[in-house]
Ligand binder design. Structure first.
Ligand code: 13P
Length: 253
């Protein structure tokens, strides 16, 4: 299928940045330059404590609000955690699972735990942005696809074929996150097309054609056009550059 049939997703990931007050100010600044996002699924994933503020602030901009994390149990004695049901009740459309910072930095989340999180989110009607991606040493030792396939396979095993309608795959090579070292459009496209080929064999050709695979890792106003021109790149998951009003230029590209 030609990429034109897959709706572009432009997602921001604010990580542990922006207070509620700063969120309101950001929305006001954005409104001055982009009254409404029109052409794509646009969302910003914010810290859990700012979801309600962001929902109100971004409503007129047609920017959806996503969450950055979810717990894998439905409810119970899990101090400090947030359930999928709570996110759904707030009106959250998407949640990020499997971000490399949760796999490697702030927590040692396993492929299987991440698959459980994806499953519970989907069961509660929250769509999933499933992050996958290799470390620098994996790439240097030729293991990029081995790592990505293992990360995907855990989710393939945990969910049903129809669930892939509600999953966006975010390929984020860890060596490109927050480093300014973007994968070149050709390097990113090569991995995106291999991921799509893997989805065809692991799930089905139809899922492979329809699933949106977005790129993350030092996406900026400078490189977004060239990346977006690639056949298998269906949008972006943007960290640092989503914290500035010129995020609009990435949405518009
Ligand atoms: P940067 O865009 O800051 O490299 O972050 C990417 C990322 O981790 C998005 O989830």
């Amino acid at each position: 299928m030609n990429r034109r049939y897959r709706k572009t997703v432009i997602a921001g990931n604010w990580k542990m940045n922006m207070t509620a007050t700063e969120t309101k100010k950001f929305a006001e600044d954005l409104k001055k330059i982009m009254p409404r996002a029109k052409w794509c699924d646009t969302l910003i994933c914010v810290p859990a404590c700012n979801i309600s503020t962001a929902m109100k602030a971004f409503k007129d901009l047609r920017i959806s609000v996503g969450a950055e994390n979810v717990y894998f149990e439905e409810k119970g004695a899990y101090t400090g955690e947030v359930s999928a049901d709570m996110l759904k009740d707030l009106g959250v459309k998407y949640v990020i699972v499997g971000h490399s910072e949760r796999r490697h930095t702030v927590a040692a989340e396993s492929n299987e735990l991440i698959a459980e999180k994806a499953k519970v989110a989907l069961a509660n009607g929250v769509k999933v942005i499933l992050c996958i991606g290799e470390l620098l040493e994996d790439r240097e030792s030729g293991k990029t696809m081995e790592v990505c396939k293992a990360q995907l396979q855990a989710v393939v095993d945990a969910v049903e074929e129809k669930d892939w309608e509600n999953i966006v795959i975010a390929y984020e090579p860890v060596w490109a996150i927050g480093t300014g070292k973007t994968a070149t459009p050709d390097v990113a496209e090569e991995t995106h097309s291999q991921i799509r080929a893997f989805m065809a064999s692991a799930v089905s050709p139809a899922v492979a054609e329809n699933v949106r695979i977005i790129y993350g890792g030092s996406v900026s106003t400078k490189n977004c056009k060239d990346l977006m021109a690639k056949e298998d790149i269906d949008g972006f998951l943007v960290g640092g550059a989503s914290l500035k009003p010129d995020f609009v230029d990435i949405i518009n590209c």
